[in-house]
Design a protein around this ligand. Structure first.
Ligand SMILES: [Zn+2]
Length: 211
């Protein structure tokens, strides 16, 4: 199947709107990007500082590996260099979703990983979701340090900021964001009752297929 640029932009826009609908983002928070599979070093990403409900497909920006705008009327997201660091480090990743959901952020502020509360999260993330210590996220150094923290997992929380999930398509990356936020919420409730809730470990599930 060949890559269709306009339907890819439409997909990005739809998942941006869904991130608002699901309460993962408010205002202009978050950003979504896609690796363009049939063009080397080309990436689609949401623009900076534009409300999702005002965004159209023509507002999605095409950039190169150095964040230069190749096509588009806006500047890319201020976190574009973080996305590009992930694409450099993780050839398996085709889509990235960054959101700023409440419950994942609780664990970021506490500085504790989101452990295996729900089976779907563990399958999608491939393990406990680690916490990247706070730093400003508009630069490559943050992206590289965050990739070190995330390793081969599919999710990482940025302390005092938000959540980043990856996948080999946008649907999977988005599903992972939703799963992490659900698990973060359940874990918070569980930990308010007991210090030792029942938790799952990815390695012990015996999952051999991908998402
Ligand atoms: Zn953010």
């Amino acid at each position: 199947m060949t890559f269709d640029m306009s339907s890819a932009k439409q997909d990005i826009l739809e998942y941006c709107l869904r991130s608002m609908e699901y309460g993962l983002n408010f205002n202009t928070q978050g950003n979504i990007s896609l690796r363009v599979p049939d063009q080397k070093n080309r990436f689609l990403i949401t623009p900076t500082d534009l409300e999702y409900d005002k965004m159209t497909v023509d507002d999605i920006v095409l950039v190169d590996e150095d964040a230069n705008v190749i096509e588009g009327r806006h500047e890319p997201s201020s976190e574009v260099t973080v996305h590009l660091a992930v694409y450099r480090r993780r050839p398996d990743v085709t889509a990235i979703v960054h959101t700023e959901p409440i419950f994942a952020n609780v664990w970021g502020v506490i500085g504790e990983p989101i452990t295996g509360t729900l089976v779907n999260m563990v399958i999608y993330t491939k393990g406990d979701v680690p916490i990247m210590p706070f730093a400003l996220s508009n630069n490559t150094a943050f992206g590289d340090a965050m990739c070190d923290v995330m390793g081969d997992l599919n999710a990482v929380v940025w302390a005092n900021h938000g959540l980043l999930t990856v996948g080999d398509n946008l649907r999977d990356a988005f599903k992972t964001s939703v799963a992490v936020e659900s698990a973060a919420q359940v874990l918070l409730h569980a930990r308010s009752i007991t210090t030792s809730p029942a938790l799952l470990e990815f390695e012990k599930l015996g999952i051999t297929t991908s998402l």
